[in-house]
Design a protein around this ligand. Structure first.
Ligand code: TYD
Ligand code: MG
Length: 457
């Protein structure tokens, strides 16, 4: 008979301890330990073992790559993030806030895959068949080959996988399913880990591509331990503002592709629409009148340049310590830029609150956006406006010099294509050779860049 065993697990990182700990020795989180009881017995891993096949090791040189190794999802922006399509037998964790569109994206993907004759098992652990059906109607999906299975028990799910032998499995969501071999409730760290491990075994041993949906916590992490990210092949976050219509698909781990590409969608009344030309969309959000504290940058996201607006609000603080609030840019990066503005440009910000925001819900973590952030703050503080149709690109060093950036030509080409007339670029970059009408101004120092932007005002 199986015995039970109690242990304490850190919710943040999965660290295990025999007793309660106030602070996690592994990730230093406070108050993150929860008690969980598990069965200890031979049946513990039987779930995974049933699917083991006894293949022999093969010589590397004798292995041939199957033509069908990559299966396109049929949704161009999803494929871009996956690195060209699904790798057969891989397990993908799709994480995001409730209501962001995870079920919509996966159901739409099912619709496309089924058109190519793929058999799909959609395990709906949170919604009834009727609810999934009404979403499918809204998405106009009425194809063969999609099996909806409202079920939360992993052992039952395994039986259906055996019976149906699908090409794809969707599990919506990992927090809602449970295995009999773990005693704690669905959504607990042990359950999530056990279920994910078993699904990984099934995916690998039966070569079934599996998408597992996961909710994120208020802090923005996948609910459940970080170890989940280590188990799966690919982790993709679906982000965006729930109250606005665009959505970003951002890979943070991909065993079969790079993680620099993002996918951009718009949520419309009949599902998610791929945005193939995102720059026009982001700029449509921008106010048409130039205002102090606004600067446009052409950032580099994967292979695609993105044109985004950075806004800064600078005002006298009522507090003893001025506030620095960012949305979409790294706070420590902003602090460094502010220090350079004070020391090298002579801007006194010690009594000023500084708020910086990237419009369009984007997160920018490339240094090429430094110069635009600095110019947004400087123009915001001095109440001047950047010249119309100017795009600003460059990384700022601590001495106030402007460092070169990658892929400058592509960025300038994109900016010129959508109507920018002037580009401020690092002197150290070569003048891009593009056949578009755009004035290029190369700058060596931050102070020169500021005067080049506001020269005609
Ligand atoms: P959903 O896929 O259920 O989100 P999640 O699975 O991440 O919780 O999508 C929820 C939202 O999307 C919901 O507020 C309604 C909206 N939506 C549309 O605007 N258009 C559509 O075609 C669909 C299916 C949903
Ligand atoms: Mg859902």
């Amino acid at each position: 008979m199986a015995k039970t065993k109690s242990k304490w697990i850190c919710k943040e990182c999965g660290y295990e301890s025999a007793g309660y700990l106030g602070k996690c020795p592994s990730c230093s989180a406070w108050g993150s330990f929860v008690e969980e009881t598990t069965f200890v017995g031979n049946d513990k891993n039987s779930a995974a073992n049933e699917f083991l096949n006894l293949e022999k090791p093969q010589l590397l040189k004798n292995i041939t790559i199957d033509e069908t190794f990559r299966i396109p999802s049929g949704i161009s922006e999803f494929d871009r993030v996956l690195g060209g399509g699904f790798t057969q037998g891989s397990l993908i964790l799709l994480a995001g806030d409730p209501g962001i569109g995870k079920s919509t994206l996966t159901l739409q993907t099912c619709g496309e895959l089924s058109k190519f004759g793929k058999k799909i098992l959609y395990v709906s652990a949170e919604e009834s068949s009727n609810q999934v059906k009404s979403r499918a109607d809204r998405l106009k999906i009425n194809t063969e080959n999609i099996y909806i299975y409202p079920q939360t028990n992993l052992e039952n799910i395994k039986v259906q996988i055996e019976e149906l032998n699908p090409d794809f499995i969707i599990v919506d969501s990992i927090q809602a399913i449970y295995s009999n071999s773990v005693e704690s409730t669905a959504g607990s760290v042990s359950q999530i880990r056990e279920c994910c491990n078993t699904l990984m075994h099934i995916a690998k041993s039966r070569c079934i591509t599996t998408i597992v949906i996961g909710h994120v916590t208020k802090e923005g992490n996948i609910a459940g331990p970080k170890v989940l990210e280590h188990i799966v092949d690919t982790v993709i976050y679906f982000e965006g503002d729930k109250y606005k219509s665009y959505r970003l698909l951002r890979p943070i781990k991909n065993r079969f592709g790079n993680t620099s590409e993002i996918g951009i969608f718009e949520m419309i009344s009949d599902g998610l629409k791929c945005i193939t030309n995102p720059n026009e969309m982001f700029l449509a959000e921008r106010s048409k009148v130039s205002t102090p504290g606004s600067a446009i940058v052409a950032t580099n996201e994967g292979t695609r340049p993105l044109i985004v607006e950075i806004q800064a609000l600078v005002g006298t603080t009522p507090y003893a310590t001025p506030r620095r609030v960012t949305n979409g840019v790294d706070t420590s990066r902003l602090l460094q830029i502010l220090a350079v503005l004070e020391k090298r440009v002579g801007l006194n910000l010690s009594k000023q609150d500084v708020y910086v925001n990237v419009t369009g819900g984007m997160n920018i973590d490339e240094p090429g956006a430094d110069l635009a952030v600095a110019i947004a703050v400087a123009t915001g503080a001095r109440d001047v406006v950047v010249d119309d149709n100017t795009v600003i690109i460059g990384e700022i060093g601590l001495t106030g010099e402007i460092h070169p950036v990658d892929n400058l030509e592509k960025r300038i080409y994109e900016a010129a294509t959508i109507g920018f007339k002037k580009a401020i670029i690092p002197y150290a970059n070569e003048v891009p050779n593009i056949e578009k009408e755009i004035q290029i101004i190369r700058v060596k120092r931050l102070i020169d860049a500021i005067s080049a932007c506001v020269s005609s005002k």
